[in-house]
Design a protein around this ligand. Structure first.
Ligand code: MOS
Length: 714
């Protein structure tokens, strides 16, 4: 509990404009979640939570003053064990309930959670959300199975580790418009949320996302409420840039999970039933519910005659849970792929063959109730099965092993629009509202060039702010190329039609008889009559022109296009130290169609490398009091270029029917299966020793190899 904040000394420092606490922020909306409490109110709910905001003329002055703010705290019992926190009677992670406006989305969502409940199970008030997907008689199906395997798996809190920390610069225009330039993946929802937070009309808030070197789900509505609260309180421009330590301690990494699974198969290697229970540590603020997706993903990309999948989101005194590259998918695949591998070993069936016998395809129904559309999981498994690395699996050196795993991601979707405009210099400008993250704009340029019929060097892409951009939604869920790209394609097709109409008029010929070749419009097959676009464009866009401007507006609204990636990992395990050396790694991913193969491969490499961090290195560890013990890059070990062997990225193309030229999302799928593939390679190298905790550090591997357990509770 916060007993008091003494800012007198800090305020007296030269250059200090203000020291703000929660009570000073001009927030008018009530609700649960971090958005509504950018600064802690009565209670600090995690170590690292911002309590006061110091605004000063310079960054150095602000930093000096922040060190002088005296926060008096009365300790409460920390809630850090997610399993204990879920049990009835557990101490509460949050003593003072946040206010929720009645009739709000959040209030409705909580009512729905309470109503859904979990039959016959008593849970503590720390349980923020539950999901259960069930079909068939799981007990009977397991009892009738030839082989049943069980396991309990733990995955840690994980920091996204993007290149640049979170930043926002915001100011008020003379008319009262709040303008925000920030490292956001979600300009439109940031605008909407800020408007609600400060009671402004939506049109009074303008957000533009800065180009992002990476975000992975973490850059949404953490920094803007802080910076904009200060702007609204002080009526001055404010820039806030987190230090790396602040970013690690106080943003929204992925939550820890405990997954308990039981699955069965018949003698032919057909999967019979799965029971899964997933506890997700949601941290201290009730923001991002992932129970439904966690429950569904626990089943892997397989057909199950009977299933019972339960997920619980549990509050603890840890930092806020956020999205991280395919949220909850990597832990799910680590658990289910480890056990599927155990089944294959017990049944003496080839692990890829067992997966191929059970993998879902188009027309199969997922546990969510949704029918799979075109789905490339089988094609990915076949690609790694036919790869030379897999063929070598029985001819490896001592203490070496080769393992396989597959991961999938259902794929996000959201309506989107884009504009394509011909400028007076004969070049195309594509305008979208999608944050330019890891190069998506080069994909837009390729799509527009292809659809319009010009060279890609003649297309430039502009990211406009929320006041002028066509709607693009959030850059997340691996959906930007798929949804916004489709809108870009349609915008370019429409712009092309408009240009052909103008040329038809000039040439007195039907537009149907025209083509665009080498930057010119010409009657089909008659280059002698070609009109260069460079000459046509300034003619159209001039005072006194009788032609309408050449512009197209494209829109899209699509069904999801699920993605999959299969991995084969080759490791050597040092039995003396437990150290795992990665010798080779293959990822085969269905990308629909690779519009820019270099970028697609980059996503596959990057996702795999990030997955190797999950597998072997990274953990946001907290002590028993909830204090972060790995709060810098010295303690928080991320993969490095010299520690990562070449990754063989195999592009598989199973076109998405609704994607631009068949393209689908590529960002999230490649991380999912990595920890499972490495775990299965370790098992192959050690005669079946099963690692159950991520990361699989030397100590844990050594314990598992020499004592049969990696230190996890039974
Ligand atoms: Mo993502 S983890 O949907 O940015």
């Amino acid at each position: 509990m916060i007993a008091g904040v003494d800012a007198a000394e800090a305020s007296a420092l030269p250059g200090v404009v203000a020291v703000l606490t929660a009570a000073d922020l001009p927030i008018v909306a009530a609700g649960k979640g971090r958005l509504y409490e950018p600064l802690a109110r009565e209670e600090v709910v995690y170590a690292g939570q911002p309590v006061a905001l110091v605004v000063a003329e310079t960054e150095a002055q602000a930093e000096d003053a922040a060190g002088l703010v005296d926060v008096q705290l009365q300790p409460l019992e920390p809630v850090v064990d997610v399993e204990a926190a879920a049990r009835p009677g557990a101490p509460r992670a949050r003593v003072i309930e946040a206010e929720v406006a009645e009739g709000s989305d959040i209030a409705d969502a909580h009512a729905a959670v309470a109503a859904a409940g979990l039959e016959g199970e008593e849970l503590s008030d720390n349980v923020l959300g539950t999901a259960r997907l069930a079909n068939g008689d799981v007990d009977a199906a397991l009892a009738a199975s030839h082989t049943v395997v069980r396991g309990r798996f733990e995955t840690p809190w994980m920091y996204q580790g993007y290149l640049e920390t979170q930043t926002a610069t915001a100011w008020l225009e003379p008319g009262g418009e709040l303008v925000v330039r920030s490292s956001t993946q979600a300009p439109f929802s940031t605008r909407d949320s800020l408007a609600k937070l400060f009671g402004l009309p939506t049109g009074q808030v303008r957000v533009r996302s800065a180009p992002l070197g990476g975000a992975f789900g973490g850059k949404m509505l953490i920094i803007e409420p802080l910076a904009c609260s200060a702007v609204m309180a002080l009526k001055r421009p404010v820039r806030l840039a987190l230090t790396r330590s602040e970013d690690i301690a106080a943003t929204n990494p992925a939550g820890a999970e405990v997954l308990t699974l039981e699955l069965g198969a018949d003698a032919d290697g057909r999967l019979t039933a799965i029971r899964a229970r997933v506890l997700v540590d949601r941290g201290s603020t009730d923001d991002f519910g992932v129970e439904s997706i966690a429950a569904m993903l626990a089943a892997g990309p397989y057909n199950w005659p009977a299933y019972e999948l339960t997920a619980l989101g549990v509050a603890t005194n840890r930092v806020t849970f956020g999205a991280y590259r395919a949220p909850t998918a990597a832990p799910a695949a680590f658990a289910v792929e480890s056990l599927v591998d155990d089944l294959a070993r017990r049944l003496d069936v080839d692990p890829i063959e067992l997966r191929l016998r059970n993998v879902a395809g188009e027309g199969d129904v997922a546990p969510s109730g949704q029918t799979f559309p075109v789905f490339g999981a089988r094609a990915c498994l076949e690609r790694v099965r036919d790869h030379p690395l897999w063929a070598r699996r029985d001819a490896v050196g001592p203490h070496e092993g080769i393992g396989v795993a597959i991961g999938w991601w259902p794929g996000g979707y959201e309506p989107a629009a884009a504009v394509c405009r011909l400028d007076a210099d004969g070049r195309l400008t594509v305008i979208t509202g999608a944050a330019d993250m890891t190069g998506v704009e080069t994909g837009f340029a390729a799509i527009a060039a292809e659809a319009f019929g010009v060279d890609v060097s003649r297309v430039r892409v502009v990211n406009a702010d929320t006041s002028s951009a066509p709607y693009a939604g959030t850059s997340g869920g691996s959906k930007v190329t798929y949804t916004v790209g489709r809108a870009v394609e349609r915008a370019a097709v429409e712009a092309r039609e408009r240009l052909l109409e103008v040329a038809a008029d000039e040439l007195e010929i039907s537009p149907l008889d025209l083509e665009i070749v080498n930057g010119s419009v010409q009657p089909v097959g008659v280059p002698a009559k070609a009109l260069p676009i460079d000459e046509l464009a300034p003619k159209i866009l001039s005072f006194g022109s009788r032609h309408m401007p050449v512009e197209g507006h494209g829109r899209s609204a699509q069904a999801p296009a699920p993605q999959a990636a299969a991995h084969v990992s080759h490791v050597r395990v040092d039995p003396e130290t437990g150290g795992v050396t990665l010798l080779a790694h293959v990822v085969a991913q269905d990308v629909g169609r690779a519009l820019n193969p270099a970028l697609v491969e980059g996503q596959m490499q990057g996702g795999t490398a990030q997955g190797l961090g999950w597998a072997l290195l990274e953990e946001l560890a907290h002590d028993d009091h909830g204090q972060l013990t790995t709060g810098t890059f010295v303690d928080y070990a991320m993969p490095t270029a010299d520690g990562t062997p070449p990754i063989d990225a195999q592009i598989v193309e199973v076109p998405a029917p609704e994607g631009p030229y068949g393209a689908k999302g590529v960002g999230e799928a490649p991380i999912v299966g990595v920890p499972g593939a490495v775990a299965n390679a370790i098992a192959a190298a050690t005669g079946g020793v099963r690692l159950t905790r991520l990361p699989m550090t030397p100590e844990r591997v050594w314990r598992a190899v020499s004592h049969g357990r990696d230190g996890a509770p039974a």
